[in-house]
Design a protein around this ligand. Structure first.
Ligand SMILES: C[S@@+](CC[C@H](N)C(=O)[O-])C[C@H]1O[C@@H](n2cnc3c(N)ncnc32)[C@H](O)[C@@H]1O
Length: 77
């Protein structure tokens, strides 16, 4: 599902720091929206392949957040 569609749904349906549960998580787009909005997330799926894809997306998101949080003096020129 489209991240731009899920963002307002997660925002309206949960408080910040709430736990969002998606028992049909697929590639984890709801979880990515939840994490970006400061929610915690539990995703469940019957397909291991989808769970692995979702985990990779979360790792990429963690990398993006870490890169944005890094102070400028720590970045390479
Ligand atoms: C359309 S995707 C869900 C998309 C997802 N909610 C998101 O935020 O992107 C549907 C998923 O449900 C999973 N699924 C279907 N039946 C299931 C079941 N009985 N238990 C767990 N997962 C199931 C499928 O493997 C598939 O990955």
């Amino acid at each position: 599902m489209d991240l731009a569609l899920l963002d307002p749904i997660v925002r309206a349906a949960s408080a910040e720091d709430a736990v969002v549960l998606d028992p049909f998580s697929g590639s984890g787009t709801t979880g990515i929206a939840a994490a970006r909005l400061g929610r915690r997330y539990i995703g469940v799926d019957q397909e291991e392949e989808y769970l692995e894809l979702a985990m990779r997306r979360f790792e990429d998101l963690e990398g993006e957040v870490a890169a944005q949080a890094r102070p400028p003096e720590c970045t390479r020129s």
